[in-house]
Write a protein that binds this ligand. Structure first.
Ligand code: CP3
Length: 341
């Protein structure tokens, strides 16, 4: 089906756009009371994820309520560990955790990419409902975690400030680390290809924990796998969002992807210089949305002027914080959509 608003796809492809398009990481989430109501109806986060009708509903809510230029599939990056044999729990207020973690060769051997498509059939059903109900209004963004970030959760077993267990494995057993990263990569490729086959108009890789590595370790343990995923996808634009990885921008500029997401620590001018030829996405500090309306307008326009009108998709520099007033987020979005350069 032809898209009525394809601004984000065109910006990703480097084609000219009449105005800067915008979507927001974590736009489908607790910031919206409508999300909280649907989640309550489902009973838990995982029930919501595994209920295609309700997951499709919360995917479309931000398009209707906030007026964003794209929908992002409502799912989680941790569905991949679960699909290859490591189930996760999502505890209210505590974030994700795993009962079992990856420690040795036999743990990696026990993971299997064979059932990825059947294990994740609920996601694929969700995509089909979303595509039908969106009816081409805006593009649908599919996504997955980047292998390094998924590795972090599978080895650590939970969120962490340092992910020291995960980084320890890189030092103590790099061969095992590469085997695990490779398996995650294989599963991710199968998963993303299916998302695209069912109609996702572009896909994003979230490397949320990129910033705990340095240039050398990131280029060794993260980028080759991201590269492999980008190479396997040729039909839709890929966005790579490696939070905190300003040190590898030059290498990321050479990835076979369309767009690089940047966080608020990275100056747009630096990203433009180091990654010429890429569309950029980002990068307002999500904390700006706690400010006055006047401050939000001023900072948003400052951001727009730094990136310029083309090869640009506006977003925050990371997910919106759930306690932000959704009216403030709407102001951010409307300021972008109304801006004339
Ligand atoms: O709107 C969207 O962005 C789409 C849906 C989406 C979710 N998670 C839903 C979600 C996306 C793209 C993600 C990606 C994700 N999940 C990442 C990468 C992006 C990032 O934030 O760095 C990561 C690291 C995860 C893992 C994860 N899931 C954590 C650490 C948490 C707990 C933190 C929290 O906010 O509670 C989740 C839970 C989660 N995933 C929620 C949502 C809406 C909150 C769950 C709830 O409803 O209580």
């Amino acid at each position: 089906m032809k898209l009525q608003n394809d601004l984000i796809v065109r910006a990703a492809r480097g084609e000219e756009t009449e105005r800067v398009p915008v979507w927001v990481m974590r736009q489908a989430g607790r910031i919206l009371s409508e999300y909280r109501a649907t989640r309550a109806q489902a009973g838990s986060f995982k029930n919501l994820l595994k209920n295609p009708a309700l997951a499709a509903e919360v995917t479309i809510q931000p398009v209707d309520i906030l007026g964003v230029d794209a929908a992002i599939l409502f799912s989680d990056i941790l569905v991949i560990p679960e699909a290859i044999g490591l189930p996760y729990k999502m505890d209210e207020g505590k974030g994700p955790s795993f009962d079992k973690v990856i420690e040795n060769e036999s743990d990696v051997d026990a993971l299997s990419t064979e059932n990825v498509l059947t294990e994740l059939s609920y996601v694929f059903e969700t995509i089909q409902i979303i595509k039908k109900n969106l009816a081409g209004r805006v593009p649908l963004i599919g996504f997955a975690g980047a292998p390094w970030t998924i590795f972090c959760y599978m080895v650590e077993g939970r969120g962490s400030k340092t992910f020291s267990k995960s980084r320890a494995m890189l030092m103590q057993n790099p061969v095992l680390a590469h085997r695990l990263l490779s398996k995650i990569t294989d599963a991710t490729i199968i998963y993303l290809k299916k998302q695209i086959e069912l109609g996702c108009d572009l896909v994003q890789l979230f490397d949320s924990w990129a910033g705990i590595l340095n240039k050398e370790t990131y280029n060794t343990f993260a980028l080759p796998y991201i590269n492999q995923i980008c190479e396997s996808i040729s039909t839709v634009p890929v966005t790579v969002f490696a939070k905190g990885a300003f040190f590898s921008l030059e290498e990321m500029g050479k990835l076979p992807c369309a767009t690089l997401g940047i966080d608020w620590h990275t100056e747009p001018s630096m990203a433009r210089a180091l990654a010429p030829g890429k569309t950029l996405q980002g990068n307002l500090d999500p904390a700006v949305l706690y400010g006055s309306d006047e401050l939000i307008r001023r900072e948003t326009i400052k951001m727009l002027e730094k990136f310029g009108p083309q090869r640009y998709i506006a977003n925050l520099g990371h997910g919106v914080y759930p306690d932000v007033d959704h009216k403030k987020l709407k102001l951010f979005i409307q300021t972008i959509q109304a801006h004339q350069f």
